[in-house]
Design a binder for this molecule. Structure first.
Ligand code: GSH
Length: 223
């Protein structure tokens, strides 16, 4: 049996969506973020030393695996080859590309945005606050926002020509890309200039397996 170690309001939701699409049996072990630090509890470090979610354990193979991309590859290799183009398929390298792009290129500026937005409103001595705010705004404006916009424009042009990230086939790349795109949409970053991203997010969120996963995963602010 597979167990997904799932943190509330996290990237782990995309693994629940995949598990639902695969139609295999699984358990969810729930973990709650600290309300102040929003970090994962110590108990997640007992499962994997880095204490980040998602993590899966699989009784059938005895494996404990972290990293969304690795988990998606594992689940597809073991239980769902329909979600991966074959190596001879033209879409194969698109699959590899988007699977890596999500956490490798898109998530880093998104996480930076979160951190610098928090810095703007963090409690601190009154005389430091304007300086901290000015620094955060400078980094957001000169580096973080342009990076996010550049990536979103690139994704928008890809989705103008493709229903899913690998043409007309739902693949592991879509589960991996779903989180940054729905999180961006929920944070108001997907404006009218990105009609294809908007449509894409609505399309995957309407899938019965996605909805079933949402009902099982508990608190999630991005759907
Ligand atoms: N690249 C990793 C990122 C894992 C990650 O940072 N997960 C977040 C949840 S979205 C987490 O566990 N945060 C809690 C913490 O860092 O304590 C992946 O895709 O699995």
């Amino acid at each position: 049996m597979i167990t997904l170690h799932h943190l509330n309001n996290s990237r782990s939701q995309r693994i629940i969506w995949l598990l639902e699409e695969l139609g295999i049996e699984y358990n969810i072990q729930f973990y709650q973020r600290d309300p102040i630090t929003i970090l994962a509890p110590q108990s997640l470090k007992d499962v994997h030393p880095l204490g980040k979610s998602p993590v899966i354990t699989d009784d059938a193979t005895g494996i404990t695996l972290a990293e969304s991309g690795a988990i998606i590859e594992y689940l597809i290799a073991k239980y769902g080859s329909q979600f991966k183009p074959s190596e001879s398929d033209d879409q194969y390298w698109q699959y590899i590309y988007w699977l890596h792009f999500s956490e490798g290129s898109l998530m880093p500026p998104m996480v930076m945005r979160l951190v610098f937005m928090k810095m703007r409103s963090a409690p601190m001595p009154f005389f430091i606050k304007p300086v901290a705010k000015m620094l955060a705004d400078k980094v957001l404006k000169s580096f973080v926002s342009p990076n996010i916009k550049h990536s979103l424009a690139y994704i928008e042009s890809h989705l103008e020509k493709n229903s899913w990230f690998c043409g007309d086939q739902l693949t592991g790349a879509d589960f991996q890309m779903s989180f940054p795109l729905e999180a961006s949409a929920a944070r108001g970053l997907i404006g009218d200039e990105y009609p294809n991203i908007k449509k894409y997010v609505k399309t995957f969120q309407a899938r019965p397996a996605y909805q079933a996963g949402l009902a099982k995963g508990g608190e999630y602010d991005y759907a």
